[in-house]
Design a protein around this ligand. Structure first.
Ligand code: HEM
Length: 288
């Protein structure tokens, strides 16, 4: 397990002894000495760019991990987006994801074990669309330079949902009006984007990344149950999804580098709200 390797590195420091960072930063020998005294962790957490070419991560236990890549030691401190992911994963139930930190209850049964309806699924798609419309118009039009980074990430879902709703309409289904889970969340996001950028970015991350992970699984299950396995546009991306997600992770990390620890914690605290709002929209799949 990585934690025990890391512990050995702290105690012995030998993992780092022979290397010197190839940039003008401090040598790794110095780094090992400071690490040994175990005083650097909070410092590095707040200054992750100080060893820009050094492969160092802070594990969830607060211990250290290092990787030697070919001869150069490449790297970065544990990035903020890893903290965001870790908080999000703890809010999943064990049924939803292996890393889930919550027990399943009757109110959060896996969707695959319940019976969705096309009407309910359409409500879910319409309410999802209003959330994506809102997120995408905020990043396109905001004066906040941090949001500009999220223009044209390739993760946008609004236009894909337009196509899917047209497809349902052609089949003779009535497209419902947006309902309160979607409209309330959209209004909340608009307010947050103006008053609280770290909070807004938490929702931005969770909405897009949840859809790329659990959202896709759910879409596949529902399609198997009620759509004859039809793959909707909502679940297709132009380009390599992994790469698109990584670019957004990098951008979030860059923005978060300028945040104080308080701002970072405030961002993480919004995760629960994001789960609650998205969870309500998800429940629409099961409504009639
Ligand atoms: C029935 C509901 C859900 C299911 C079944 C589900 C399932 C999953 C699964 C299987 C993963 C992948 C774990 C891995 O990387 O191994 C995941 C990741 C994730 N989920 Fe969910 N999830 C659900 C709801 C949500 C909600 C409501 C949110 C927040 C709005 C959310 C946010 C995330 C995030 C941020 C990740 C990490 C994605 C990444 O690192 O690429 N999930 N989820």
């Amino acid at each position: 397990m990585a934690g025990s390797t890391a512990a050995a590195a702290i105690v012995g420091g030998s993992l780092y002894g022979g290397y010197t960072a190839s940039d003008k930063g401090p040598s790794l020998r110095y780094f090992a000495t400071v690490m040994k005294k175990n005083k650097i962790s909070p410092f590095l957490k707040n200054n992750p760019s100080i060893f820009p070419n050094t492969s160092v991560q802070i594990s969830s236990t607060g211990l250290w991990e290092s990787k030697k890549r070919s001869r150069a030691v490449v790297v970065s401190a544990k990035m903020f987006v890893d903290e965001m992911r870790s908080v999000a994963m703890k809010l999943h139930t064990k049924d939803q994801a292996k890393e889930g930190g919550r027990k399943s209850s009757s109110s959060n049964k896996p969707i695959g074990k319940l019976q969705p309806s096309v009407e309910g699924y359409l409500k879910f798609l319409v309410d999802s669309k209003i959330v994506y419309d809102t997120l995408e118009s905020i990043v396109q039009n905001s004066a906040n330079p941090s949001y500009a980074k999220f223009k044209n990430t390739g993760l946008e879902r609004s236009e894909k949902l337009v196509k899917d709703l047209e497809w349902f309409k052609k089949l003779g289904h009535t497209i419902p009006e947006p309902s309160s889970p979607g409209t309330n969340y959209a209004r909340y996001l608009e307010q947050l984007s103006e008053t609280d950028p770290p909070g807004f970015i938490c929702h931005f991350y969770n909405v897009y990344f949840a859809h790329s992970a659990g959202g896709r699984m759910i879409g596949k299950k529902v399609a198997g149950m009620i759509l004859d396995d039809k793959e909707l546009e909502f679940y297709k991306w132009d380009g390599d999804l992994k790469e698109l997600l990584q670019h957004v992770r990098d951008d979030i990390n860059e923005i978060a580098n300028s945040w104080s620890r308080e701002e970072k914690d405030h961002c993480l605290e919004q995760t629960a709200m994001s789960f609650e709002c998205s969870g309500e929209i998800l429940q629409l799949v099961l409504s009639s």
